[in-house]
Design a protein around this ligand. Structure first.
Ligand code: PMP
Length: 434
């Protein structure tokens, strides 16, 4: 693939040199279909990264619904509309009892911003507890809790962190059995520090998959214990399901449902509109009623009639194409293949998965668990050269992130696994030479 340098220069001139672009040789995509993407020269790529096209790139059901509603009516959100109410009824039906109202937005950042406002309004608190490696979006209040990525998070007095609850790496000197208690004790410590500093707690905001942190195997019991501590101190639990939600884990529609907890507020976005800007907050009705009665919130575009039609088509596709069941069966198939690769390559330290979401943690020494970020970068770039798109995550940037659209099938998994095998071989040979 050759880079279109004129287009790249025009992008630099109009969007700046640091506007994020994947890969040393950026991809110039022109078309998508199902799990496939096509570049400007007609080269086909298997998409094993993007969760926004949740029910597949250019899903015909979604495209048709968008076209139909956009040709009928689109307005701002202050008129009565059957579809919008029906969409929220269907959306909230996927939640536990007690989470029965929603407010719609356009982005995950806005959803988290709204969740923070609501939590602070309803608790009268300010302090928020997050992980040490969090990303929850780009507005100024949300940047403050983006401890893994955002400079704004460094000096905030109203944000405290706990270590990522990671069963694979654990904590020095702590047995596996004690991990949940020790991580939860860090949450309690954050609560105690806020109290000592005279800052009232608003709550804890986490992604239930800990996706940006590396798709962690969370020590059993941690979420339940930490949530009880936060509630005991007068705070609420906000589950950021922007990456984790809409059935990706297969067994549950929402990732928090794998635990024995019901959050007070859940935020969502990315897959919700399959690429159309649709996001939102589902919360306890008493919180939404109190917040909307006393504070002002209006979102011109969030959940307009076209967005509702698109959101409904995403739900239809998940149901009618049985995509949660597919996440379990094809997900298991991928994991079995990844485990075979782990037997073959010492570089693979750990494999974690939740339905159609996989993390392959690379280490240069399995005993020491020494992170291997250079190899992760090499593998990501070689995979792209060989027609498969993946990414990497984690505090050491050493974890391959595999998160394909939900219609991913075993035949696509075969191509992914064959290409991974070839690329691991290449990287290991290069290492042996170097
Ligand atoms: N929360 C999480 C967990 C995310 O990964 C992201 C985006 N990567 C966001 C929130 C922000 O969503 P958006 O980019 O739609 O504002």
């Amino acid at each position: 693939m050759s880079v279109n340098h004129t287009l790249l220069q025009r992008r630099y001139q109009t969007m700046g040199h640091s506007s994020p672009l994947f890969y040393k040789q950026p991809l110039h995509l022109v078309r998508g279909e199902g799990v496939w993407l096509f570049d400007n020269e007609g080269q086909r790529y298997l998409d094993v990264y993007n969760n926004v096209p949740h029910v597949g790139h250019c899903n015909p059901r979604v495209v048709e619904a968008l076209h139909r509603q956009a040709s009928t009516l689109n307005t701002h959100t202050r008129y009565l509309n059957e579809n919008v109410v029906q969409y929220i009824e269907r959306l909230t039906a996927t939640f536990d009892e007690g989470l029965s109202m929603a407010m719609l937005t356009c982005t995950g950042s806005e959803a988290n911003e709204l969740a923070l406002r609501m939590a602070r309004h309803c608790t009268g608190g300010e302090g928020v507890i997050v992980t040490e490696a969090a990303y929850h979006g780009n507005t100024s209040a949300v940047a403050e809790i983006g401890t893994g990525f955002m400079p704004e998070a460094k000096n905030s007095k109203r944000v405290k962190v706990f270590s990522i609850p990671d069963s694979y790496r654990g904590l020095a000197g702590v047995s596996q059995d004690d991990l949940a208690d020790v991580y939860a004790a860090q949450v309690q410590q954050a609560i105690d520090e806020f109290e000592a500093e005279g800052i009232k707690l608003a709550g804890m905001l986490v992604c239930p998959d800990f996706a940006n942190e590396g798709l962690l195997n969370v020590p059993k019991g941690f979420m339940e214990k930490a949530t009880a501590m936060v509630r005991q101190a007068g705070g609420v639990l906000i589950a950021d399901e922007v990456q984790a939600g809409f059935g990706r884990s297969g067994h549950h529609f929402w990732a928090h449902q794998q635990y024995d907890i019901t959050p007070d507020i859940v935020t969502m976005g990315k897959p919700m509109g399959n690429g159309h800007p649709l996001a939102g907050v589902v919360a306890r009705p008493d919180m939404i009623e109190e917040f909307t009665r006393e504070a002002m919130y209006f979102n011109t575009f969030g959940g307009n009639p076209v967005s509702a039609a698109v959101g409904m088509a995403v739900l239809d596709s998940l149901e009618q194409d049985q995509l949660l069941q597919n996440a379990i069966s094809t997900g298991d198939y991928v994991v079995r293949g990844l485990k075979k690769l782990q037997h073959k390559y010492e570089l693979i330290g750990d494999i974690r998965s939740l339905g159609m979401f996989f993390a392959v943690e690379l280490v240069s020494d399995r005993q020491q668990k020494t992170p291997a970020p250079e190899q992760a970068e090499q593998i990501m770039n070689l995979m792209k050269q060989q027609g498969v798109l993946i990414s990497r995550i984690g505090i050491y940037d050493n974890i391959l992130k595999l998160r394909p659209p939900m219609p991913f099938q075993p035949e696509h998994a075969d191509l992914l696994l064959e290409t991974l095998d070839r690329v691991f071989q290449q990287v290991c040979q290069l290492e042996a030479l170097g």
